[in-house]
Design a protein around this ligand. Sequence first.
Ligand code: SAM
Length: 237
Amino acid sequence: MTLDVTVLTLFPEMFPGALGHSILGTALDKKLWTLNTVDIRTFAEDKHKTVDDTCFGGGPGMVLRPDIVDKALTAVMERGKARLLHLTPRGRVFNQGMAQELAASPLPLVFMCGRYEGIDQRVLEAWDAEDVSLGDFVLTGGEVATMTMLEAIVRLIPGVLGDETSLEEESFAQGLLEYPQYTRPREWHGREVPEILLSGHHKNIAAWRQKEAEAITQERRPDLWDRYSNKQPNPLT
Ligand code: SAM
C-alpha cells in the first residue's frame, strides 16, 4: 500500500526537506508513500499574486483569502476523495494514536498549511476540513507542523522501518515512555551499562525494562501514568 500525501502551501520549496532524508527519503524513493505539493499562490488572480487580505473586524495581520484557497482545494480534491487536515493551533492535538490512524488511512491525506493569521474560516467549513494541531504553541506556518506529523506517520507504514518489532516497544506504544537505551562501550567516562543488560537473561531484562519504563512515566508524565495504572485504554495507540 502507498500512502498518498499532498501539501497545500505557500512555500512548496520547503518540501520534501527533512522528509527526503534517511529512512523516510528511502521510503519515498521506494514509493511506500508519495508527496505532492500544491502552491496556493499559483491560484491568485492579480498580477501581484495576492493570496491574503486584512482581517474583518480589525486587528493586525493578514488572512488567506477563501476564494484563492478554494481554487487550490478544488484542484486537489477533484483527484478524488481525501482526508483533509488543516494545520492550526486550534485543532485536535496530534499524538501517536493519530499518527497510527493516519498511517493506515485508506484515503489520500491532504495537509493545508496556513500562514499569517491563518485561513478564512468559511472555506475551512465549506470543505469540512479537520483541524489538527502540533501542540500548544504558535508556529509561523503549518509547513514544519506537517513535516513533523509526516515524520511520525510515515515511519508507521508497513515496510518503512527495517525492524517493525521496534515499534512495539517504543515510547507511547504501551501507554508508557520507553526505558533507557545503552550501547558499546560497556564503560564510558566511568559510567557502566546496567549489569542486567549484559546478563543475556531475556526475562529479567524485560522485567528491568518494564520497571524503568514505569518509573520514568510515573515521574515525568503523571497523565499517562494515571491512565496506565488505572488500566484505562491507551489513547495513544
Ligand atoms: N492566528 C493563529 C492563532 O492564534 O491560532 C495563529 C496563526 S500562525 C501564526 C500561522 C499558521 O501556522 C497557522 O495558520 C497554522 O497553519 C500554523 N500553525 C501555527 N501553530 C501551529 C500549531 N501549533 N499546530 C499546527 N499548525 C500551526
